[in-house]
Design a protein around this ligand. Structure first.
Ligand code: SF4
Ligand code: FES
Length: 278
């Protein structure tokens, strides 16, 4: 019986083509109190199909096999939902692809032989915890100041019992897409978190359930933003350029208008002890 011809050699060629050799310059810093530095690595066994975080997993396995300290980095869902992954890749927040989180970047986005610089978010309000992990707790301070609805809105109403215009619900849902990753802060030369803050304000203030607290919310959240050490927005739009959820800067203008109106109406921040101390 004649053996069936195989295409092993062409598979091997395709496999060889997918194989990737990359040099990594990774920021290593053992704690917030120590100085950091770049360390070069050349992980083995990479391929085009691998995600950026899988590459870091593989690097860490190889470091552990050599009894070296693995690289600390944040991640959770690995599908663009949670906002935990947070890397400057070649000096751009979340890497080279638009509308994409770090966990959605694949090695096919780089050329064989490339050197990739991997750093944590660089912002005064986000101190480095270790290596590529930063403390994003200041975002929690902004949410604690008003990123919720505290009035009793009752049970879930029937879909048509509370009419909301399509344009309003669409804009609110666009704002609700913010995953709190912090790329907007890392990309901003002022370290401003106004894209994040304005997305949260827009999401809640547009919907009927959020309107009762709208004025207080915008005053509290923008005050908490300033107290948490974030800088002011100076309209460079760098935040919008790197936002993986493509949140538009028009939300910042909208939040600023609402803030000005609320102040004119005499609203004052009512932050709790914790927020005003931060
Ligand atoms: S506005 Fe965009 S970049 Fe900023 S935290 Fe939200 S999702 Fe991330
Ligand atoms: S790990 Fe959840 S968005 Fe990247």
């Amino acid at each position: 019986m004649t053996a069936m011809p195989t295409n092993d050699s062409s598979n091997l060629t395709a496999e060889a083509q997918r194989h990737k050799h990359l040099k990594l310059r990774v920021w290593r810093q053992s704690s917030a109190k120590t100085e950091g530095a770049f360390v070069e690595y050349e992980p083995e066994g990479l391929s085009d199909d691998m995600s950026f975080l899988e590459m870091l997993d593989m690097l860490n396995e190889q470091l552990l096999a050599r009894s070296e300290d693995p690289v600390s980095f944040d991640h959770d869902c690995r599908e663009g939902i949670c906002g935990m992954c947070s890397l400057m890749i070649n000096h751009r927040a979340h890497g080279p692809n638009e509308g994409c989180t770090t966990c959605q970047v694949h090695l096919r986005s780089f050329r064989d032989g490339d050197t990739i610089v991997v750093e944590p978010w660089r912002a005064k309000a986000f101190p480095v915890v270790k290596d590529l992990v930063v403390d994003r707790a200041p975002f929690d301070k902004i949410i604690q100041a008003g990123g919720y609805i505290s009035v009793n809105t009752g049970g879930a109403p029937d879909g048509n019992a509370l009419p909301v215009a399509k344009t309003i619900s669409d804009t609110a849902m666009d704002a609700a897409q913010c995953i709190g990753c912090g790329a907007c802060v890392a990309a901003c030369k002022n370290g401003s978190a106004m894209l994040f803050t304005s997305a949260k304000i827009t999401h809640l203030n547009l919907l009927p359930q959020g309107k009762a607290e709208a004025d207080q919310r915008v005053v509290n959240m923008i005050t908490a933003h300033d107290h948490a050490g974030f800088g002011a927005c100076s309209n460079t739009n760098s935040c919008e350029a790197v936002c993986p959820k493509e949140i538009p800067v028009s939300f910042i203008a909208k939040a600023n208008r609402e803030y000005a109106w609320a102040l004119l109406k005499g609203k004052k921040p009512t932050l709790g002890q914790k927020e005003s101390e931060s």
